[in-house]
Write a protein that binds this ligand. Sequence first.
Ligand code: NAP
Length: 332
Amino acid sequence: MTTTQIVLASRPLGMPTLDNFKFAEMELPVVGDGEVMLESMYYSIDPYMRGRMNDEKSYTPPFQVGKPITGTIVASVAESQSPFYKKGDVVVGMLPWQKKMIAPEDDLQKINVAIAPPSYFLGLLGITGLTAYFGLLDIGKPQMGETVVISGAAGAVGIVAGQIAKLLGCRVVGIAGSDKKIKLLKDEFGFDDGINYKTSPDMAKAIAVACPDGVDVYFDNVGGAISDAVISHINFYARIVLCGQIALYNSTKVPTGPRIQPMLLTRSVLMQGFIVSNYKSQFPEAIQKLEQWLSEGKLKGTETMLRGFDALPKALIGLFSGNNTGKMIVEA
Ligand code: NAP
C-alpha cells in the first residue's frame, strides 16, 4: 500500500516558502506486532516547527532534509496488531506528515471523543492548553485584580491564557495583529482591552493607555519590539512568562534591543522561560482542570481549520503572517 508524505526539501533562510517542502509517494510497511496503521484526521500546526527546519541544536532535534516533517496528529486506527487499540479508536501522537502511517503502540495516546471534538486534543485540551495553563499559573502567578498583558493574544496559546487570567479575576489586555482579532478577544473571550500592534505606531504609549496601573504579568508569545514596549511599563514584583518569541523565528541575525536587566533588577521582576514538557508529570491533573473548565463553559476553544493534506505547508507558513485565529489545524 502506498501513501503520500511531506518531506523537508531544503532548509529556509528567513521566512519559509513552499519550495522548502516536497510531496513524495512512499510504500507503507506491513503492520508488525505492537503496531497500528493510522489514517490522519487533524494535523497540529505549531510555530516551534519553524525552529526544527533549521539545522540547530534545540530542545527537539531538527527535521532532516529528505525526511518527513513530524508534528502532533490526531488519527484513527485503520488496522491494529496491538492489544491496546482497535479499528476506529482515535489517537494522538507525534507522527510524520503522512496521509497514512504505521506507528508503534507506545507512541500513541487514546483520546475520548465524547468529551470534545477530536481537534481540541491538539489545542485547548492538548499542548496548547497545557502551555497556557502552566506558563500562566506556575510562572505568571496572577492575582485577582492584577493586570495581565498577553502578546500573540489571538493565537492558540494566547487566547487560552487570556481566558484563564479572566477566570482568576485579572484585568486582561491582549496584543494581536488585526482589529478583527481585537474585537473577537473583547466580544467573545472576555478580554478587557486590546491593542492592534500593526496599527499602533507608538506601542509604549498604547500600553500606557491600556494599562493605567502598569503590567503585573506579561505572558510573552512574541518577543521583539512588542515586548520591549510592554516591559517598559512593567511593575514592581511583576512576572514575565517567556512562552514564545515568534517575532524572531525567521530572523537571520540576532537582533538587539534595549538592555532591560537594570529595570528588571530595580523593580524586582521575575522573567522565566519554560518548555511545556518540563511539566509532563503534572499533565493529567492540568488536562482534568482544562476539561472541567471547558465542560462548565468557562473556557472556549477556537480554531482556524484549513482543509486537505496539500494545505499543510501553507498552514505552517501562514502562522508567521497571522493567518490563524486560535489554533491552526489542518483537517485531512
Ligand atoms: P499562534 O499564536 O497560534 O500563531 C502564531 C501567531 O503569532 C500568529 O497568528 C500571529 O498573530 C502572531 N505572529 C506571527 N508573527 C508575528 C510577529 N512577527 N510579531 C508579532 N506577532 C506575530 O501560535 P501558538 O501555538 O499559540 O504559539 C504561541 C507562541 O508560544 C509561539 O511563540 C510558540 O513558539 C510558543 N509556544 C511555546 C511553548 C512552550 O513550551 N514554551 C509551547 C507552545 C507554543 P498576529 O495576527 O497577532 O500577528
